[in-house]
Design a binder for this molecule. Structure first.
Ligand SMILES: [Zn+2]
Length: 462
């Protein structure tokens, strides 16, 4: 008996040791670079995000019965609180209320246009995006914009049913509520760069609202560093849901890449280093720095199969953009008439939304927006010297306004997230004893308080 017990204790110890080692290694791989210092001001703001407020806002949006883009927007319907016009006016008044609370810090605006008839638009239709601008406090940095968006239009089984009930509690009152709650909480703070809180319409008819907005931004030369699209972030209450996770989709090869850029991507293995993917990695790092209550699962593809979203409108104009979506969707609760059939409940109803989950997603968005809006501009003209055959790597870049230091990051070419970050001081060049052939490099800027910019991957310079 003794003889058999001793080896079994050894075996147990070995298994325990192996499992601790395995978990440590796995964690290190999961984590990427060091946990960054949190900004206490941002951490405090995150505690202000309220699941109750979010619930009240989603309930209000559902109360308009339908928010189909083709639904009513005449003055009587708006007064009666019915249809997309009423939803639009309410969102506007809500942004205005937040602005009053911060001494008029938000500029509340609409981007309204008439869409010509198309596939899902039977007659010319007025589409209105509603947004609030928290202008940056630093004149130079204020030109830089970070943006959060959700679509406030909804639909049921029939994309043309302008009067039937279409609660759209999850798709996408949840994303609209994220934009609103980020506006309410972050408008109490000041940031050097500008934050835009956007809600768009026309998503279900063909991404019309976001297309118009992103094109307007491009035509006016706006410098949008990141667009965060929240669409279906309600954390649908189904048994297979994982409320600890939110998916973050990002494009790989940019849809707006030029022929010359595509050639570089092909030659250098740049398929996973679009600016949108740097935004996704930034979000992952933010989730390590701040406790949002939800972790991002980075999905390295533009969107889910058979589906699209407003982030792609920004990508098309060359802007970095990602999509947040709950871990597991329930298709019985999307784009469905509210009904019960064979004991199955269909429809995008309030009761399936997990408001605590939406609040957590709002926290992750708010932390990302606040960090980017606090950070210096990302370095520009980042170059990797390739004149000589050598085993060291030299990077150069131009100084970023507001930066007091820089970090060089790198990872293995087959690794999804940054693995190493090295402080190099307040310089505009660095040489590392690493072969550029074996890793992917990036550079980012830091300010005095440690706010990090987005990472920029260098272009080769001969
Ligand atoms: Zn949607």
């Amino acid at each position: 008996m003794f003889r058999s017990r001793i080896p079994s204790i050894f075996a147990l110890l070995i298994v325990l040791f192996a499992s601790v080692l395995y978990r440590t290694v796995l964690r290190a791989q999961d984590r990427g670079p060091e946990k960054l210092p949190a900004d206490p001001r941002i951490a405090a703001a995150l505690t202000q995000v309220s699941a109750q407020r979010i619930q009240a806002n989603i309930e209000k949006l559902v109360s308009f019965q339908t928010r189909l883009t083709l639904s009513a927007q005449d003055p009587e319907s708006i007064k009666a609180g019915h249809g997309i016009g009423a939803a639009r006016e309410w969102i506007k008044s809500e942004f205005e209320r937040y602005s009053q609370e911060c001494g008029g810090c938000l500029a509340v605006k609409t981007d309204s246009f008439t869409e010509s008839p198309a596939d899902r638009i039977p007659q010319p239709t007025v589409i209105t995006n509603v947004y609030a601008v928290l202008k940056g406090t630093d004149p130079e940095s204020a030109k830089r914009i970070v943006l959060v968006t959700g679509h406030y239009d909804s639909r049921n089984s029939d994309t043309f049913d302008a009067s039937g009930v279409a609660p759209g509690a999850n798709d996408d009152a949840s994303g609209t509520a994220v934009s609103l709650e980020c506006a309410r909480v972050l408008s109490k703070l000041k940031f050097p760069a500008t934050i835009i809180f956007l809600t768009v319409a026309g998503e279900e008819q063909g991404l019309n609202g976001s297309h118009h907005f992103a094109k307007m931004a491009k035509d006016q030369n706006w410098d949008i560093e990141a667009a965060l699209n929240n669409d279906i972030v309600g954390g649908n209450r189904n048994p297979q849901q994982d409320p600890s996770v939110v998916r973050v989709f990002s494009e790989g090869v940019p849809v707006a890449a030029t022929e010359a850029e595509l050639r570089l991507i092909r030659n250098l293995g740049g398929e996973s280093d679009s600016a949108s993917r740097q935004v996704a990695r930034y979000i992952a790092e933010i989730a390590w720095t701040y406790d949002a209550g939800v972790k991002p699962l980075l999905v390295f593809r533009l969107d889910r199969y058979l589906r699209g979203g407003d982030h792609s409108s920004f990508n098309q104009q060359g802007y970095p953009a990602v999509r947040f979506t709950e871990f597991r969707e329930d298709y019985n609760h999307q784009h469905q008439n509210v009904r019960t059939e064979n004991g199955i409940e269909y429809g995008d109803s309030l009761k399936f939304v997990n408001f605590d989950y939406v609040a957590n997603v709002a926290r992750l968005n708010a932390a990302t927006l606040a960090s980017l809006a606090s950070a210096p501009a990302a370095p520009v003209k980042v170059r990797l010297q390739t004149k000589e055959l050598e085993n060291d790597s030299t990077l150069t870049w131009e100084a970023s306004p507001g930066a007091s230091a820089y970090e060089v990051l790198w990872r293995g070419t087959s690794s999804p997230e940054w693995e190493h970050a090295q402080a190099v001081g307040n310089v505009t060049h660095a040489t590392l004893p690493l072969s550029k052939d074996n890793v992917i490099f990036g550079v980012r800027a830091l300010d005095q308080q440690g706010h990090r910019s987005l990472v920029v991957v260098p272009q080769p310079q001969r």
